[in-house]
Design a protein around this ligand. Structure first.
Ligand code: G6P
Length: 610
């Protein structure tokens, strides 16, 4: 989704901006642009399409400017085209802004400004903000004040960066609900919506809080609230390396991230898995340990892949701890007036920590006085900061839009939480030790599955012609069926549906014929025989069965046209293994079809709008 970069310092700003935009490409966008202050004037270029299209537009032009802002836009108000792309200028052409988020009262403000004689070139909400800042600048002749007053009139969310030829040495940036990070270098500052645009230049960063604003020159920065009260800012150190946001020899980020999973699963467990005690130590939950002890019910809320992890979390927690769990899409939770009682705990799961619906669900739960925990990947993200306590999954930056390694790490963390809660209740040490040992063995098992990637590539070749896929699983592997189907549709644009295997007979069975591939997740577990019956039902209608089965299950070859083996583990841990071949299958089919795997059409990595 939209990305912001700004630079002020001793380097040529344009290089830093273009580089930053390229680092933000993974978030998904449809146009890009920048503004510089060159020889005292604003110079802007913007273009529908990729950052590379913007670079072509420059056709070797050189700019010496040391200050500028840039943006990748994911259309919300107005179609993706050159005019709607950011930056947007005020009517004088002397103030330029880039903006993430949504100005909800833009129509009212636009009308008000039009009545005063101001004009608009684009259909965007952002241009309304730039013109509004221009209006207040004319009044106060003070850029910072103009930005503050304009932002105080705005309803909605923003991460915004502003430059002006009136005060050509400063960038003003502000946030409400959409992240802004300031990278602190030596005599240089990079402001961005995402740490990936900063890490190449500095590891020292400060995160703006909601309703906070920063004024940056090459000599320093000052933070305050939008209401002009001083604030203090903590400097934090980014912990990932540049190599983590580069492809490292893989053709796509998604493939790299799939292959990182043995490591990321281990990283999620590091220092947390207490094998000998059959327990888990989760430092981030210590502040709420009493609440966990007394919890009566857990609500888990999330979107997309994280919601699939939540569904598995429900099975894990109910099975290991006997605590009732409900899972709800964050977009529903936030508007549904959910019932939250005194001893309930709400858990929000989010890779990015910025998903607008999940963030709003967290805020709604907090309003209802719930204890809210986060299971988040991006350190310092909005959800991580808003929750009372939580656990980072430590999967490192996930760049491919389709989530892979974050999913398996979320499952590991949910298992560790279940272990911890279970051991506080009736789970015996012996059972705990058994589970902990199996968790410890997962990275090696994932490695083994990855070594079989070539088989998945071959299957992908054979099945890439199909226009529909069905994914079926039961128990812990029902959400994996949903996730496998989601992966395929996200990156290959093939229609795919996930169902609990037994539900097939209530509808999807009508679709089955010789052209329908059906992927069964059928490990050897207590419901294996039931799944075999479901496979029979598909075969008898000439559907083409691809099965994910447990190593050693030779019997499965009689049932399925293709069998992909995964090592044996406890049923509760099978999702962490069974999803890997599904990720690879989706990946190779998308590659086979020539799709843009890392940046699929219309999707965004981090959905910061409703
Ligand atoms: C977007 C991404 C998905 C992700 C979902 C939730 O739709 O494309 O991959 O699962 O958002 O994101 P979150 O960052 O909250 O996990």
């Amino acid at each position: 989704m939209c990305g912001i970069v700004g630079y002020v310092g001793h380097r040529r700003a344009l290089n830093v901006l273009i580089n930053g935009l390229q680092r933000l490409e993974y978030r998904g966008y449809d146009s890009a642009g920048f503004s510089l202050i060159e020889n005292g004037k604003i110079v802007s270029y913007k273009k529908q399409g990729k950052v590379s299209d913007l670079v072509v537009l420059l056709n070797g032009l050189e700019f010496k400017s040391n200050i500028g802002i840039a943006h990748t836009r994911w259309a919300t108000h107005g179609e993706p085209n050159d005019i709607n792309a950011h930056p947007h200028l005020d009517n004088s052409g002397n103030i330029s802004i880039v903006h993430n988020g949504i100005i909800e009262n833009y129509a009212t403000l636009k009308l008000w400004l039009k009545e005063k004689g101001y004009f608009f070139k684009s259909e965007t909400d952002t241009e309304v903000l730039s013109v509004l800042i221009g209006y207040f600048y004319e009044k106060f002749k003070d850029l910072e004040k103009a930005v503050r007053i304009a932002l105080s009139k705005v309803k909605g969310t923003f991460g915004v960066a502003v430059i002006s030829s009136y005060e050509p040495n400063k960038i003003i940036a502000a946030r409400r609900g959409s992240p802004i990070i300031v990278g602190i270098g030596e005599d240089e500052y990079i402001v961005a919506s995402d740490a990936s645009a900063i890490i190449q230049y500095t590891r020292q960063v400060t995160y703006l809080s909601d309703n906070e604003l920063v004024i940056i020159t090459k000599d320093g920065y000052q933070t305050k609230t939008i209401d002009n009260l001083p604030t203090s800012s903590d400097i934090q150190v980014l912990e990932f390396d540049l190599s983590k946001i580069e492809k490292g020899g893989f053709e796509h980020f998604m493939l790299k991230e799939i292959f990182e999973q043995p490591q990321t699963i281990q990283d999620a467990c590091r220092g947390r898995l207490l094998v000998d005690e059959g327990n888990a130590r989760l430092g981030g939950l210590l502040p709420v340990i009493d609440k966990l002890q007394n919890v009566d019910r857990i609500l888990i809320t999330a979107c997309g892949t994280s919601w699939h992890a939540a569904l598995i979390g429900e099975y894990l927690i109910e099975n290991l701890c006997g605590i009732p769990v409900e899972v709800e899409y964050a977009s529903e939770f936030r508007y549904r007036n959910p019932i939250i009682r005194q001893n309930d705990i709400v858990i929000a799961i989010s890779q990015s920590g910025e998903t607008a619906d999940t963030l709003a669900a967290v805020q709604e739960a907090k309003r209802k006085k719930a204890t809210v925990l986060g299971i988040v990947n991006v350190v310092g993200s909005s959800i991580a900061r808003e929750t009372d306590a939580g656990v980072y999954i430590h999967a490192g930056p996930e760049i491919g839009v389709a989530s892979t390694k974050a999913f398996t790490s979320q499952l590991v963390i949910l298992t560790l939480i279940s272990l911890l809660l279970g051991r506080m209740r009736s789970l015996s040490q012996e059972e705990g030790i058994l589970i902990a040992n199996e968790i410890k063995a997962l990275p090696e098992k994932v490695n083994k599955i990855l070594q079989n990637a070539e088989q998945l590539r071959q299957i992908a070749k054979e099945f890439s012609y199909s226009r529909n896929f069905l994914y079926l699983g039961r128990g812990y592997n029902f959400p994996v069926a949903l996730e496998g189907a989601l992966k395929l549709k996200e990156i290959s644009y093939i229609h795919a549906e996930g169902y609990p295997s037994a539900e097939m007979k209530h509808g999807p069975i009508a679709l089955i014929d010789e052209n329908m591939p059906v992927v069964f997740i059928a490990p050897k577990d207590p419901i294996y025989n039931k799944v075999l019956s479901n496979i029979e039902e598909v075969r008898s209608r000439r559907g083409r069965v691809i099965s994910i089965a447990t190593e050693g299950d030779e019997n499965m070859k009689k049932y399925a046209e293709k069998v992909i083996y995964i090592p044996e583990t406890l049923p509760m841990l099978t999702p962490i293994l069974s999803v890997i071949p599904l990720q690879l299958l989706a990946y190779y089919i998308a590659v086979e079809l020539g799709c843009n795997v890392d940046q699929p059409r219309n999707l965004a990595k981090s959905v910061t709008v409703e």
